[in-house]
Design a protein around this ligand. Sequence first.
Ligand SMILES: *Cc1c(COP(=O)(O)O)cnc(C)c1O
Length: 453
Amino acid sequence: MMTTLRNLPSVEQLLQTETTARLIAQFGRSLTLDALRHTLDEVRARFKLNPEVGLPSIDLILAEAESTLTAWTVSTLHPVINATGVILHTNLGRAPLSHATIHAMDVVSRGYSNLEFDLETGKRGSRLIHAEALLQKLTGAEAALVVNNCASAVLLTLSALANKKRVVIARSQLVEIGGGFRVPDVMKQSGAKLVEVGTTNKVRVSDYTTEFEESTALVMRAHRSNFKIVGFTEEPDFKDIVEAAHKAGIPVVDDLGSGALYDTAKYGFSHEPTVQESMQAGADVILFSGDKLLGGPQAGIIIGKKEFLDKIKKHPLARAVRADKACLAGLSATLTHYLKDEAEREIPIVRMMSLTLEQVRGRAEAWRDELGQGDVVQGESTVGGGSLPDESIPTYLLELNVKSADKFLRALRKNNPPIIARTENDKVLLDPRTVFPEQEGALLVGLKNLLKI
Ligand SMILES: *Cc1c(COP(=O)(O)O)cnc(C)c1O
């Protein structure tokens, strides 16, 4: 008997099977029906193209439908093991969160909260208060506002304080942060008029003051987060710029980007400007990220003088870029670690930076011993994530000699969970600094499978 498409089972027939009953329980009826029809269409199309291969069995059709259902419902976003040694890897989700931060986000997301409800009066409250007191206490700022990210903090601040007005900034600070976020473009978007001063490599206080003659809304500093200017360079102390601006009655906005609350030099990196230093220099409004060196959830933090924060809070864009309850809860928990002086113990990225060389070497050696191959070699870990350009601290790496490093890296990415490593001189390098101890089991199983141990 010749096989024709008439031999193909109908959806109704497939629905009679136990497998389909199981799929319906797992994926829901309408999605399962969708997948069955989709699979039958695929089978029909393949058969028309290539009749001699015949028709698949019912079991094979159902297996194909199940793969389709899995593909349709599996999350595209899932955890990976970061063995690159890049502590704040923007492509790998920046800062992993502390237990207390995750707990706070979990608790507030599970049910209702007093997000905008005043428990004292029983009336409407403001979400703006939630991280504000902590930020005031930590930085000494008069007021604070939390928004979606630092990019929106820049856009909002400029829109609220400098729309159709002049903003003076050094040419050497007209930076592109990444992902197409360029300071001059954001200024344009906010309606501010960019006034560049100085040259690419040199700027003096007098370059600024010359531009103060006409009415100017703001002086801005943008931190060069991802590059360095070296050689024949000059830039005044931020304090001196602030002083000159204030003398002319002009407020100063400082876009710190990373905005550390601690001194990164303590961990062997060079010194990244801190929020406290910017406060001390007299900046009127300071902007920084929640998920860079702070080590918290994605957020943009705006702190500073009340008169400016009031204007920023009232701007219509503030509503468009506001932080959600999980962010506010998580950020508060992360900030509390700083208040309690326990950042090094509790905040993963600070802990990773503070690991001693001996600790990292011990773990690399344990991996080597477990695998029975590879060499423990000296290398470098970096911060990444638009912080501390070109900076690294010494680390120990497990170096694997494989046939093709690129192919091995690709196979590691296909592991479940994916393992992200790096290569150098056609060798595979794994840095224990950014691998959580609880991920080591999965990492070693993945490596053993690939190395066929
Ligand atoms: C990273 C960075 C931003 C953007 O911060 P996000 O939180 O990623 O939006 C803005 N300005 C500077 C100077 C930065 O380094």
